[in-house]
Design a protein around this ligand. Structure first.
Ligand SMILES: C[S@@+](CC[C@H](N)C(=O)[O-])C[C@H]1O[C@@H](n2cnc3c(N)ncnc32)[C@H](O)[C@@H]1O
Length: 370
């Protein structure tokens, strides 16, 4: 789950996220300080430290619909604050800070407009749901508690919020919706690329376990007229899946099944998918999930684990940030290497995986019953 641009959009290729970490246009921090201390390590440190307070102000502006209010063009800050119901001076200062990082534009003193980035946060902008999740109280409180994960190996989320992440989503429908829809929003073009990277010839049914709103399954079914989809997830995810599959025109070729992958999964299919599911869990839970899948697979059926897979010795900022989000939400949950996945497969009745590149940040690990 990238801020990870997020949870996923914590992607390596995500210019916005990395721009913040590498101090893009920051005249205050970069420019001024560099005169006295010409030290890029210092500048990077200040930039990283400033990251924390950008999320709450951005989240407040999005919830006050500022990106939508700027949709028709630049607006004077007095008028904008009135329409948004925000404190005028504070709003200007927040917008200026975000403008310094490229998220908005100040076209004349005190008059603001959307940038390419802030346009994404409009209702139909393509990243609003993900932004609501990544700036939520749940996300920010968990991030602040990350030190607890370093001390104990436990999920910062559970320490900060007093319950596990999926229980929290069950009890907070708005956060649940922002998460489910947000994950489907990010990497929209990558869904089709992942779907196209696999040979679906002769496949009639695909089970996507922990599919979320079903963005990947929709791409697979849409691109392969002979394939029927079975979407399996927690019952409270299914309304968002219903919404997405209808919108993508594939609802009638998909079955929605609510349940838990820690219980017997009572569905059948030739190809089973776990995309960004195992990274949410420590090893013991991964083995339980894999065993639940394995007991439904016949010989000849296949399991596809789709993840961003780190390569030892090749640091990747996007994968590393996503890995921190996994630590935050799941303790020892993490981005695993191919060798680590093969160990999980070997202990749950699967043979070693065949790795398939997708031309995206994701790899497909295809495992067959061993
Ligand atoms: C990180 S999301 C991945 C969603 C989707 N596969 C994707 O790649 O966008 C993990 C998914 O696991 C589901 N999940 C969590 N616990 C579950 C459980 N016990 N049984 C079934 N699904 C579960 C969540 O609801 C969520 O949709």
């Amino acid at each position: 789950m990238a801020l990870s641009r997020c949870i996923q959009k914590c992607a390596p290729s995500d210019k916005g996220e990395l721009a913040i970490l590498t101090n893009p246009n920051s005249s205050e921090i970069g420019g001024h300080m560099s005169e006295s201390i010409p030290n890029s390590g210092f500048q990077t440190a200040m930039s990283v430290l400033s990251h924390l307070y950008l999320s709450p102000i951005l989240g407040r502006l999005i919830r006050a619909n500022v990106p939508d209010l700027l949709d028709g063009g630049a607006v004077d800050s007095e008028e904008l604050a009135k329409q948004a119901g925000l404190h005028p001076l504070s709003m200007v200062r927040a917008l200026r800070a975000l403008t310094a990082f490229g998220a908005f534009r100040e076209v004349a003193p005190g008059t603001f407009a959307n940038s390419e980035t802030s346009s994404l946060f409009r209702h139909d902008g393509g990243l609003r749901n993900y932004a609501l999740f990544a700036t939520s109280e749940q996300f920010l409180k968990s991030a602040i508690a990350l030190g607890h994960s370093l001390d104990t190996g436990q999920a910062a989320h559970d320490h900060a919020l007093g319950q596990k992440v999926w229980e929290y989503f069950r009890d907070h429908p708005e956060d649940n919706e922002a998460f489910n829809r947000g994950l489907a929003e990010i990497r929209t073009d990558e869904q089709a690329a992942i779907a196209a990277a696999y040979d679906w010839n002769g496949v009639q049914s695909v089970v996507d376990v922990g599919a979320g709103a079903g963005a990947l399954l929709a791409s697979i079914v849409a691109g392969n007229p002979g394939v029927r989809g079975i979407l399996f997830d927690r019952p409270d995810v299914l309304p968002d899946a219903e919404h997405l599959l209808k919108r993508r025109g594939v609802r009638e070729r998909c079955e929605l099944v609510g349940g838990s992958f820690f219980e017997p999964i009572d569905v059948q299919g030739e190809v089973w998918i776990l995309r960004q599911v195992l990274h949410d869990w420590p090893d013991a839970e991964c083995r339980s999930i894999l065993k639940r899948c394995r007991e439904q697979l016949n010989s000849g059926d296949r399991l596809l684990v789709v993840e961003m897979v780190p390569v030892p010795g090749q640091p990747d900022a996007g994968i590393a940030l996503l890995d921190l989000v996994m630590m935050m939400f799941g303790g020892e949950a993490r981005q695993r290497t191919e060798a680590e996945y093969n160990q999980l497969f070997a202990s749950t009745g699967f043979g070693p995986a065949r790795a398939i590149g997708t031309g995206t940040a994701f790899r497909i690990l295809e495992a067959k019953p061993g």
